[in-house]
Design a binder for this molecule. Structure first.
Ligand SMILES: Cc1cc2nc3c(=O)[nH]c(=O)nc-3n(C[C@H](O)[C@H](O)[C@H](O)COP(=O)(O)OP(=O)(O)OC[C@H]3O[C@@H](n4cnc5c(N)ncnc54)[C@H](O)[C@@H]3O)c2cc1C
Length: 375
């Protein structure tokens, strides 16, 4: 039957595309299904491109560190496409004593996990980035953090997976999973039925309703956030920036434009009907933050704004897990707004899980059954 493969992947975001690529490299047959008409039209083509280790949950840090050490530096070469990866550091900025406390807490936790990150004062901040305002009094500095281009990374995995024989089928909305003789076998879309020995569900927040069809749940919610891109500016700096207050984050791209992201908290006021529409208040809110930290950008022109959903897990880290009750099912969801930076690692781990190999990193922290009621 044409609709069969060793592995069916639901979702053609960067996670699904990366998993497909690493599986195809092992000679595994793969079908990737996406409900959209385009590849990677979820968070993967809308994100800010941060490849961060600092500010991560300690449980997630080993994945982020592995990626920065072993995968991102050679990814462009591996995929034959420049993913615009730059390992030029991350400054998380603060202006007040409260900010300093927040940054110190994040720094202490990361240092305890072996990450080279430290607190610096305002003068050192401006030695690293002279464009930052005098109001900045402190920052956490992680020299090995960086950023990459999410569209090119997703495209790179997609093109290479296709070249290795992976079949990508768009316009296929998965509505149900079905077990046969106690094992997951069928993936049912609105139009067709597909069969695989393993099924990886990497469909962002919508993974939740898909896996509920076989009685499994992941406690996550969908949250809309926004980003914007400016006209190209002369080259200013290469670091990734964020703030203790989380009022914005961003970087300057190779092309010269700045990509900044953030939230006003009022995104849900844009009644978008699932169409990811921006709220009129959010871009001005992000810009107010940027102008205070980087005064030179006060006159930068915004070319485009957009919104995208994050799949926020109740405990802040993803679910990357096989499911005992449903043999054959593998979950890769709930990335909580930071899945891009770890996507190469997660893709490789998923390929190892689907082929029954021992995973290169311990993934027990990401199990689907770690959630317990707090009674
Ligand atoms: C504005 C924004 C900024 C962000 N910034 C960063 C950042 O700087 N750094 C970072 O690491 N992360 C960031 N993230 C998070 C990051 O984008 C995601 O964690 C990552 O892209 C997750 O990839 P994914 O493949 O799991 O999901 P997605 O890219 O969302 O892909 C899921 C796919 O599943 C498909 N799908 C959904 N339902 C179905 C169905 N029923 N049947 C078939 N297909 C279905 C969708 O169409 C979609 O293509 C940001 C996210 C947003 C929205």
């Amino acid at each position: 039957m044409y609709n069969t493969a060793d592995v069916i992947i639901v979702g053609s975001g960067v996670i699904g595309c990366a998993a497909a690529y690493y599986l195809a490299k092992k000679g595994v047959s793969v079908i990737v299904l996406d409900k959209d008409d385009s590849i990677g039209n979820g968070g993967s083509s809308r994100n800010g491109g941060g490849v961060r280790q600092s500010g991560r949950d300690p449980r997630e840090l080993p994945l982020a560190m592995y990626g920065v050490e072993h995968m991102w530096p050679t990814l462009s070469e591996e995929l034959g496409i420049d993913v615009e990866y730059h390992k030029k550091g991350n400054l998380r900025l603060g202006k007040t004593e409260k900010h300093k406390e927040i940054l110190q807490g994040l720094t202490d936790r990361a240092v305890a996990c072996g990450l080279d990150v430290r607190m610096i004062d305002g003068n050192e901040v401006r030695e690293i980035n002279p464009y930052l305002s005098e109001e900045v009094t402190c920052a956490s500095w992680c020299a090995t953090d960086g950023h990459a281009n999410p569209l090119l990374t997703t495209l790179g995995y997609y093109k290479n997976a296709r070249a290795l024989g992976v079949r990508f089928i768009t316009g296929e909305e998965v509505v149900e999973l079905q077990k046969i003789k106690g094992k997951l076998k069928r993936v049912v879309t609105k139009k067709n039925v597909y069969e695989g020995e393993k099924v990886i569900v990497a469909a962002g927040y919508e993974s939740r309703s898909i896996i509920q069809s076989v009685g499994i749940d992941v406690p996550m919610r969908a949250e809309l956030i926004e980003a914007l891109v400016t006209e190209a500016e002369p080259k200013m700096f290469e670091q990734m920036l964020g703030t203790a207050d989380a009022d914005f984050y961003g970087h300057q791209t190779d092309h010269g434009s700045f990509v900044f992201g953030g939230a006003s908290g009022l995104e849900s006021t844009a009644k978008d009907n699932g169409k990811m529409i921006t709220a009129s208040i959010t871009a001005p809110c992000i810009c107010r933050g940027i102008m205070k930290y980087i005064p030179k950008l006060a006159d930068a022109k915004i070319v485009r704004t957009w919104a995208g959903y994050e799949d926020i897990c109740i405990d802040g880290i993803p679910v990357i897990s096989e499911v005992e009750e449903v043999p054959g099912l593998i979950l890769a969801c709930a990335f909580t707004g930071h899945g891009f930076g770890i996507s190469p690692v997660v893709g490789k781990l998923l390929s190892q899980m689907a082929t029954g190999e021992e995973t290169m990193l311990d993934i027990k922290e990401f199990r689907y059954d770690r959630f317990h009621a707090n009674i």
